[in-house]
Design a protein around this ligand. Structure first.
Ligand code: ADP
Ligand code: MG
Ligand code: MG
Length: 888
């Protein structure tokens, strides 16, 4: 095997695969001449070999021994020496940061002898015994698998016996006694004494870090963050820097900018006389980083200077860990820091202004998901609030409503106009109607791939899941919080799907300033630094992107909003609503019609109504293309419910009232019933089965276009035929549409700019796209139906039943209805596009499924060189941003 151990001096930040993020960055800082306690990194190769074979790779510990000897020589001390010991930390560190998920052991090298040596050397027995008890605690827990609570309890007892609350109030003698107690705990739990041999300690800690790659919480974290399971972790062995040597020592964490807002200026916490995680564990109140300036100005100045260097070097906001040992500053970790969506936008733009990065790089520093987060309504952060619990942020947004504990009640109250939050221990497919009716969903069990989370995200419903401190009693219709507060059915609660917080009562909700900016009700000047940053990056994305972005909108109002959000056309206008409401009766007549003449009478009535709808739409989208899809859903969707109608007829019969129409309708409902309507009489099949229907729709579209043109406007209708599976269907129906176009052109003497195309939403259409393109001016991939028909999934049925199970089992990484399935559906998109363009090089190709607004999918459509994506109006900015990011 290749070299398995590398000194910090020899690595660099580009070696994250081999050295892990922590190791690579420690090496980088060392190279930059920043003070880092020396050490070395055991590679991820070694970890992977161990995980695969179950044994440490041959020669590993010999190699570790050589590097250790070099470290000892350099430090002038030997590991665990009785008189003057070298101590080291053994730290995990994978390629992707998994904060707190894996193990780290500090103070390796202490034993019953060296603790005395350390005590004498430093003339500080308290510090030596504190370090030893920490080693016993960490080593016991992580290496020897002793229940951590046993140590916590013993520590609490020691503090209680002395009548103090903080661990710093325990003196050397107390800690010496505690060490004896801890050693007994270990021996009781494992049947063997704590290993006194420093090298054995080191080997044990290395193996424990390897093993921690597969700890349950690490596995869960990787699944949630979609980190590959087979990377393994590196292990860093590093000389200790002691922050627990008294009040002139301490440990801290810091960010080079505020990770919450992106504000410039250092930001962090510091704790005196503390080691390792003390500062983030909440055991004592920390100080603001700024206070360090008062305590130790020299170290503070040096730290601020190093932070500036790190930011300049990484050209991004960094987070760091540091320790001060008796006035000497040591850097222990750095990486590009995690940040909120707001901070991401602001920092990216600030770095451009500071000349650190280019505008293209800034675009890569933000994501469409972050933009989407900024567009959700938020709770007023200044508003009064009482936190009841904190769960997982499963689906963003802010929702306020009455707590209800079953789906039927949720539906009933929602119908009465009361907004509700559905509270369940966990949801299952039977809860679907309640979830649809609710403003938000709260569960006490399950993670981000639970049923509640998956379905809520799919519906865009606010959801907090896994709020484990809540005791949900659905039978009693109430939940109890950790402190015994009881919330009963009907009590108002507020849930924040972005933070996972649950509040009592109503918290004020405020619309996102970013949305108000997009809507044009807030100017860039008034919007503050966040809106200014969004504005800058949206312009950058628009400048770079190749694909156009359109919106799916069915009426003039939605279209106008989409246009304000930057839509460059309508990619999908559904027409089913033009057959609903008062017009439903006309559809019934159409279905009952017995002759062409009967049918024509219905068409003559529908035509002017629909024409008026289209006029409004074309006016809203003046100058931009509008793709109108001809009628798609099966006709029985427009008919009354079978059972209701049967009852009506039966009652009429019994009471002797006239019911001829009802009886006829009943027959029609029975005749039109389909076992599997998704695959039945719909789309182009309807157009062919009911002659004149598509002609009427096309006339309405084209006459509206002519009217708008006559008024001096610019209408660009694109007539789209749904569910085509063969070129013959399209040819057949085109005859009707062309006829309508011809007539409209003769009746109105204006130039009509129109196109006729088809949706590609059946595998057969994609596979025969070369032929279909011969009869089509454009293609639009209906990726929702194409996903359904490719997988054989009925979306409504599968998402609410077994998808969460599939995701937990790892069969699906994400829903193919959210992220395009590249391998299957994506392949059909590729075939359809390539073969269509082979026949017709200037064929316009777009996509109008929900994938058009999904960041990952947008990148795929860019790769396939589609002309545009179309998505819901609210997702238009996200699609614009991602289409720009996809090309830089
Ligand atoms: P994590 O990846 O969970 O942050 P770390 O390996 O960074 O774990 O270590 C946990 C804590 O121990 C951190 O606060 C770190 O700064 C501290 N620490 C690690 N190694 C040393 C060392 N050699 N000297 C002093 N403190 C250390
Ligand atoms: Mg750390
Ligand atoms: Mg469809």
């Amino acid at each position: 095997m290749a070299q398995l151990v590398h000194d910090f001096e020899t690595g660099s930040m580009d070696q994250k695969d081999l050295l892990g993020g922590k190791g690579a960055n420690l090496a980088e800082m060392t190279r930059l001449g920043i003070p880092v306690p020396p050490g070395f990194t055991i590679t991820t190769d070694a970890c992977r070999a161990y995980l695969e074979s179950g044994t440490v790779p041959p020669g590993l510990f010999e190699e570790v021994g050589e590097h250790l000897e070099r470290l000892e020589a350099r430090m002038g001390r030997t590991l665990g020496d009785g008189a003057d010991p070298l101590l080291v930390s053994v730290r995990s560190g994978a390629k992707f940061s998994m904060p707190g998920m894996m193990e780290t052991v500090l103070n390796i090298g202490l034993n019953d002898t060296s603790v005395e040596g350390l005590s004498a050397q430093t003339d500080n027995p308290r510090f030596a015994w504190d370090s030893y008890r920490r080693l016993l605690q960490m080593y016991g827990k992580t290496v020897l698998d002793v229940d951590g609570e046993a140590f916590e309890d013993a520590l609490d007892e020691a503090k209680a016996a002395k009548g103090v609350t903080a661990d710093v109030d325990l003196d050397a003698d107390d800690l010496r006694a505690l060490v004896a107690r801890f050693k007994a705990v270990i021996e009781e739990a494992t049947g063997a004494p704590f290993p006194q041999d420093p090298r054995e300690q080191l080997r044990g800690a290395v193996v424990a870090v390897f093993d921690s790659w597969n700890s349950p919480r690490a596995i869960l974290y990787r699944r949630r963050e979609q980190i590959p399971t087979d990377l393994g972790t590196a292990v860093n062995v590093q000389a200790m820097a002691f922050g627990n040597r008294g009040s002139d020592s301490g440990s801290g964490v810091a960010f080079t900018r505020d990770p919450a807002t992106g504000e410039t200026g250092v930001y962090g916490d510091y704790l005196q006389d503390a080691q390792g995680e003390d500062v983030v564990s909440g055991i004592r109140n920390t100080l603001h980083l700024a206070d360090l300036e008062r305590i130790d100005k020299a170290s503070y100045d040096q730290l601020v200077d190093i932070m500036a260097r790190l930011e300049a070097h990484y050209r991004d906001m960094c987070d760091i860990e540091f320790t001060i040992e008796r006035g000497h500053l040591w850097m222990l970790q750095t990486r590009v820091g995690k940040r909120t969506a707001e901070a991401a936008f602001r920092i990216a733009v600030d770095l451009v202004d500071e000349g650190a990065i280019t505008e293209e790089e800034a675009l890569m520093r933000v994501t469409g998901d972050q933009l989407a987060q900024l567009m959700f309504p938020h709770f007023d952060p200044e508003g009064a609030r009482t936190l009841l619990a904190k769960g997982m942020s499963a689906s963003p947004g802010a929702a306020v409503g009455a707590a209800v504990f079953d789906s039927d009640t949720a539906v009933r109250l929602a119908e009465e106009g009361t907004p509700v939050i559905l509270v369940r221990r966990e949801t299952n497919p039977d809860d679907l109607h309640g979830m649809v009716a609710a403003a938000g969903i709260l569960t006490s069990r399950g993670g981000k791939t639970s049923h509640a989370a998956v379905v809520a995200r799919g519906m865009g419903r606010t959801c907090v899941c896994g709020a484990e401190t809540l005791e949900v009693d659905t039978k009693a219709g109430q939940f109890t919080t950790h402190d015994g507060t009881v919330v009963r059915q009907g009590d108002t609660i507020s849930i924040d799907g972005t933070t996972g917080e649950v509040f009592a009562g109503e918290v004020a909700v405020y619309a996102s300033p970013v949305v108000r900016y997009f809507e044009g009700t807030m100017s860039v000047e008034d919007g503050g630094p966040l809106v200014a940053a969004v504005d800058r990056l949206m312009s950058a994305a628009d400048k770079h992107r190749r694909m156009q972005v359109r919106a799916n909108a069915d009426n003039a109002e939605d279209a106008a909003r989409a246009r304000r959000f930057g839509a460059e056309g309508i990619g999908l206008c559904r027409t089913e609503h033009m057959f609903l409401g008062e017009r439903r009766e006309l559809v019934e007549h159409l279905i009952l019609a017995e002759s062409d003449a009967d049918r024509q009478r219905v068409f003559d009535e529908l035509l002017p109504l629909q024409r008026a709808d289209f006029v409004e739409l074309f006016e809203a989208m003046d100058g931009l293309p509008v793709t109108v899809r001809l009628l798609d859903p099966p006709l029985h969707e427009f008919l009354p419910d079978f059972t209701e109608l049967s009852v009506k007829v039966a009652v009429a019969e019994a009471t002797g009232q006239p019911h001829d129409t009802e009886s006829l309708l009943l027959l029609a409902v029975r005749r039109l019933h389909e076992e599997n309507p998704m695959l039945g009489l719909r789309g182009v099949r309807l157009g062919i089965a009911i002659p004149g229907l598509f002609e009427m729709q096309s006339r309405a579209i084209l006459e509206a276009a002519a009217i708008v043109t006559e008024r001096g406007g610019h209408a660009h209708p694109e007539i789209m035929v749904p569910l085509v599976g063969s070129v013959e269907e399209l040819r057949n129906i085109r005859i009707e549409i062309d006829e309508a176009a011809h007539e409209v052109r003769t009746e109105h003497s204006v130039h009509l700019d129109h196109h006729i195309g088809t949706m590609i939403e059946l595998p057969r259409a994609a596979l025969t796209a070369g032929e279909i393109a011969g009869a089509a001016d454009f293609f639009s991939f209906g990726t929702n139906d194409l996903t359904q028909t490719t997988w054989g999934f009925s979306r409504d049925d599968v998402e609410s039943s077994f998808f969460s199970r599939y995701m937990e089992a790892g069969i699906l990484g994400s829903s193919p209805f959210e992220n395009i399935d590249r391998a299957g559906v994506g392949r059909l998109v590729r075939i359809g596009t390539d073969e269509g363009r082979k026949t017709k090089p200037d064929l316009k190709v777009g996509v109008c499924g929900e994938h058009g607004g999904d960041p990952e999918s947008v990148h795929f459509f860019e790769e396939r060189k589609l002309d545009y994506v179309s998505c819901s109006p609210f997702r238009v900015p996200v699609a614009r941003l991602e289409a720009g990011r996809a090309v830089v």
